[in-house]
Design a protein around this ligand. Structure first.
Ligand SMILES: NCc1[nH]cc(CCC(=O)O)c1CC(=O)O
Length: 305
């Protein structure tokens, strides 16, 4: 194999991520890596809150079609955008070193969430972020915010919002930490499943490609990814549900925190669990099971109806 094609979205963040993987591959193997930019549904619909568009895999479907048609060899995804169920013939099994998983608080005027006064306007379109903010900071006004990272920061600096929330990982990658005033830890906000984690997708039967990219796999990241994705799989089962999960490794111990809420945030269930890292999948499933047992079942039922 002397050439490898990466399928990627055209956003700055997606291109950074694809170029990052390209340079890691090129500095390890004598292979030329090319990028092929693919426009996805999520890129075409920029003004509607994603939760309203519904449908999953908005940022990956078209890229997966190119993989299956063999027009590209691998895809580099933000794992947080990858649905639990993949099309037949494709696999995501390579997870490079994870970037910071937490959300970031950005503001021109204020230094932290705690500083925001009554009625301050905070921007996010994520139900997960919205519900967790409403619970801890009921005095804030939450306003929808969409667009790519640059657009969102522009809307902040223009004064349309007092503060906005974004994933810290994306900001770090793009060198945009300037307006980050606070890293929001998991006592205030549980991140999205696999936030900050990249995943590489490829054809299941493509041994050549798998040999080339295997070196990118990071063991710690794999344990954390497995646990969080198992949690997601058990809870989501095909619909858009406000939930979050973070798995952190302390030595060989894997510590998981997760929550599930209903759509208006009036029901919110939080649980923690810990165990040996080699039980990653079991721990993720057990955490989900505990949440389902605490009223999560009714929430899932309510969302489906
Ligand atoms: N929803 C879009 C998206 N997908 C991945 C990231 C950030 C990077 C990552 O989580 O790896 C973002 C932007 C954001 O939520 O601020």
């Amino acid at each position: 194999m002397n050439k490898l094609v990466i399928g990627t979205r055209g956003s700055k963040l997606a291109l950074w991520q694809a170029n990052h993987i390209k340079s890691l591959i090129e500095s390890t193997h004598h292979i030329d890596v090319e990028l092929k930019i693919i426009k996805t549904t999520g890129d075409k619909i920029l003004d509607t809150p994603l939760a309203k568009i519904g449908g999953k895999g908005l940022f990956v479907k078209e890229i997966e079609e190119e993989l299956l048609n063999k027009n590209v060899d691998i895809a580099v995804h933000s794992m947080k955008d990858v649905p639990v169920e993949l099309p037949d013939g494709l696999e995501v099994g390579v997870f490079p070193v994870r970037e910071e998983p937490y959300d970031a608080f950005l503001s021109v005027k204020y230094n932290s969430l705690d500083e925001l006064p009554d009625g301050a306007v905070i921007g996010t379109s994520s139900l997960r972020r919205k519900i967790q903010l409403m619970r801890k900071y009921p005095h804030l006004v939450i306003k929808d915010l969409r667009g790519n990272v640059d657009t969102r920061i522009r809307k902040l600096t223009e004064g349309q919002y007092d503060a906005i929330i974004l994933a810290k990982a994306g900001l770090k990658r793009l060198g945009l930490l300037e307006h980050v005033k606070q890293t929001i830890d998991d006592t205030l906000m549980i991140p999205a499943v696999c936030q900050g984690t990249l995943g590489i997708e490829y054809r299941e039967d493509d041994q050549d490609v798998q040999k080339v990219i295997g070196f990118l796999n990071h063991e710690e990241t794999v344990f954390r990814t497995k646990a969080e994705r198992a949690f997601l799989k058990r809870l989501e089962g095909g619909c858009q549900v406000p939930l979050g999960c973070i798995a952190n490794l302390v030595g060989d111990r894997l510590i998981l925190k997760g929550f599930l809420a209903n759509l208006d945030g009036s029901k919110y269930i939080y649980e923690e669990i810990e165990g040996d890292k080699t039980d990653a999948v079991k721990l993720g499933l057990k955490l989900a099971k505990n949440i389902l047992g605490q009223g999560g079942k009714e929430i899932i039922k309510e969302i489906y109806e």
